[in-house]
Design a protein. Structure first.
Length: 110
């Protein structure tokens, strides 16, 4: 399964995502924006870029996890962020026609 990482900056521009400035920490802010991008622009990504839903959802989970890990290093645990990850897993269950790739989710967590 492919995760959208290297091409994310180009994709943000192509889909006209307006980046937010929420955090002073550059990495945290970038991870937050990448996660929000998949959350807010999913229909545009699917339609304009013809990227399969599974790649979009696993990429969303990936960036949410990167954000969560960085956030916890800087500020400590936040149950709300963890709940957002569970929400993405629910999306995977609902929107995918095949089973969730639990091995991939475990790899992302590491």
């Amino acid at each position: 399964m492919r995760i959208l990482k290297e091409e994310i900056t180009k994709l943000l521009l192509e889909v006209n995502y307006q980046e937010k400035s929420e955090y002073e920490d550059k990495d945290l802010n970038d991870f937050y924006n990448y996660w929000c991008f998949f959350e807010e622009k999913e229909p545009d990504i699917l339609k304009l870029k013809n990227i399969p839903i599974d790649i979009v959802l696993y990429s969303k989970y990936y960036w949410c996890t990167r954000y969560r890990n960085r956030y916890e290093r800087l500020y400590g645990f936040d149950a709300g962020i963890e709940q957002q990850q569970y929400k993405i897993i629910e999306e995977l269950r609902i929107k995918l026609t095949k089973n969730i790739d639990w091995n991939l989710l475990n790899e992302i967590e590491k």
